[in-house]
Design a binder for this molecule. Structure first.
Ligand code: AMP
Ligand code: MN
Ligand code: MN
Length: 310
């Protein structure tokens, strides 16, 4: 499959690299890793993400300034990264061959070729496998993108998806000049005061139920306005809830125009991807999400807690 995918990449001219909306490091890093390679191969390569404002903390990723927020007119090949279902690309499905590179257990296999490995800790590990199996050598710009993606998706090598192999991959990327200290500082030590204020508001609103096993909070548009925080500043809030000693299930609702974006995290036992799938979303065992378009927040929380059954 990896050879076939590279064969198709080699034969295509107009190639669009795209990742899921509200992107994280894995989405952006995985798609940006291939960009300089394709350019060198003489391709008309374009990186797209349909999110209006990309999170500023990824500004150090090589070629981040090349990302466009609209599809080009001509696409022979679309490669999607870190995206479990085509609706999360937020585009109209183009008339093009699709290679789907992902690690979500809920992936709907929407590609003509699907390079899916639910055991992979990040989509960037699958990109690395694609490069390795086709004897493409790594270099600093590529390995920086792939390492950043891996580091963030593993919670800096702390989550359950980490094993010996993960560290071996990290070592290969560091050998190819990814700088782990630089990347950690760029990701973790550039918070804005507005972001910390948002986390503080979230903690004030946090509720614990079921003997403290479930923690939930709801962030309104007003909370963002009061703190001055951006939407991407809320990315860590749900992890803060999970960090509580008693919490097995963390739930965060973020008010959106039409309803809520819901983030779910679990610690050791619950498979939150099942809960998210039930509500039309998806994700991983310990991190999943979905959106709902109705407004009754209490009802949403109640339904999730019922479904979680803990
Ligand atoms: P988040 O809570 O947004 O950080 O997302 C946690 C995980 O669930 C990520 O792997 C997302 O890709 C996935 N996810 C979040 N929202 C959705 C959704 N609406 N549909 C499918 N997967 C989602
Ligand atoms: Mn992602
Ligand atoms: Mn990922």
């Amino acid at each position: 499959m990896y050879k076939k995918a590279w064969d198709i990449i080699s034969k295509s001219k107009h190639i669009t690299l795209i990742s899921h909306i509200n992107p994280d490091a894995d989405a952006l890093g995985s798609s940006l890793a291939l960009y300089p390679l394709l350019k060198e191969m003489g391709k008309k390569a374009i990186v797209v993400n349909m999110t209006k404002e990309l999170p500023i903390r990824y500004d150090f990723l090589p070629n981040i300034d090349k990302i466009k927020s609209a599809l080009p007119e001509k696409i022979d090949l679309l490669i999607s990264f870190d995206c479990g279902s085509i609706d999360r690309l937020a585009i109209k499905k183009p008339d093009a061959f699709i290679i789907n590179i992902d690690h979500h257990r809920t992936n709907t296999l929407y590609g003509d070729i699907n390079l899916i490995d639910a055991q992979a800790p990040s989509a960037s590990c699958i990109v690395l496998e694609l490069l390795s199996q086709n004897d493409i050598s790594l270099r600093r710009d590529i390995s920086t993108c792939l390492y950043t993606a891996l580091a963030e998706d593993t919670g800096f090598f702390c989550y359950e998806n980490v094993n010996k192999n993960t560290f071996e991959i990290a070592a290969r990327l560091i050998e190819a000049k990814a700088d782990p200290v630089f990347i950690a500082r760029k990701l973790n030590e550039r918070n804005s005061l507005a972001k910390l204020r948002l986390i503080s508001i979230m903690i004030q609103k946090l509720q614990l139920v079921n003997f403290g096993m479930i923690g939930y909070a709801i962030l309104s548009r007003d909370d963002f306005q009061k703190s001055g925080a951006l939407r991407s500043d809320s990315d860590e809030c749900v992890d803060q809830i999970r960090s509580l000693a008693t919490v097995e299930l963390a739930i965060l609702l973020i008010e959106e125009n039409e309803g809520y974006k819901v983030s779910l995290r679990s610690k050791e036992r619950l498979d939150v991807s099942h809960i998210a799938s039930y509500f039309g979303g998806g994700g991983h065992k310990r991190a999943a999400g979905f959106t709902v378009d109705h407004k009754d927040e209490k009802e949403i929380i109640k339904e999730i807690i019922n479904k979680a059954d803990i």
